[in-house]
Design a protein around this ligand. Structure first.
Ligand SMILES: [Zn+2]
Length: 248
């Protein structure tokens, strides 16, 4: 009798545990799915929107009319690349509030911007649209023309369309970031200071300097060696060798 009672209690507990397990799993799956949906369609988080040229802007702050100037300058930069096409449109989310950036660019919420190839979305940090300035959360090298950041991030999208997802994912960082920097121009690291450091074989631990070196290497391949961008992106080159040669 007692044995049967103990067995009934054990079975009930087992059922409750599996019920709780199923409930937790279902809740986590729902949260995961909702988050994924938000990464693809963050629009409801942004109260303001504007379509200018190929760009669909969404922002958590009002979008002034000067956004047109920013777009003109960014398009001018993008159009210098043979990878640019007028058929593409770009979804850009300007997130002044930290929590939106933490949600939408969780790996780098303090960066000036980030572009996501799978969702096709670009997220930008705080922007002063009237002043054409985009800021990041770094203590130094934290301001850059907004049009340059926009051109950089949209170039990632164009490159992924040109190369296809797999080839794009396999692209070395120096070529990927370096080409976007080359097209965007106006790096956040001071050019003359960067060149001086490279000539003296010194370095700087900042993210901005790393990107500067990527840009210098790409610029050397295209402007000095006469490579076509498609050739640079598809062939193998050693970054350090290219960078060293660019300083000779
Ligand atoms: Zn980038």
């Amino acid at each position: 009798m007692i044995r049967r009672m103990i067995s009934t209690i054990k079975n009930r507990k087992k059922k409750e545990r599996s019920k709780l397990y199923r409930y937790t799993n279902r809740t986590l799956a729902t949260i995961g799915f909702a988050y994924l949906l938000l990464l693809f369609f963050p629009n409801p988080l942004f109260a303001y929107s504007a379509r200018v040229g190929q760009f669909n802007f969404h922002s958590d702050r009002p979008i002034p009319s000067e956004i047109r100037t920013v777009v003109e300058r960014a398009t001018e930069k993008l159009a210098t690349s043979p990878l640019y096409t007028t058929n593409e449109s770009f979804d850009v989310f300007i997130a002044a509030d930290q929590w939106r950036r933490t949600l939408l660019m969780p790996r780098s919420p303090g960066a000036s911007g980030a572009s996501y190839i799978l969702t096709g979305n670009t997220v930008l940090n705080r922007c002063d649209i009237k002043g054409d300035i985009c800021t990041n959360d770094q203590p130094k090298f934290n301001r850059r023309p907004m049009h340059a950041v926009l051109a950089h991030e949209c170039m990632h999208q164009l490159m992924s369309k040109e190369l296809g997802l797999i080839a794009y994912a396999r692209l070395p960082t120096w070529k990927n970031e370096g080409y976007c920097e080359y097209v965007a121009g106006s790096p956040s690291f001071d050019s003359s200071q960067g060149k001086k450091l490279l000539r003296e074989e010194k370095t700087n631990s900042s993210h901005a300097f790393r990107y500067f070196t990527y840009m210098i290497a790409v610029r050397s391949c295209i402007d000095e060696k006469g490579m076509k961008p498609r050739q640079l992106l598809s062939q193998h080159f050693d970054f350090q060798v290219v960078l060293d040669e660019s300083m000779k």
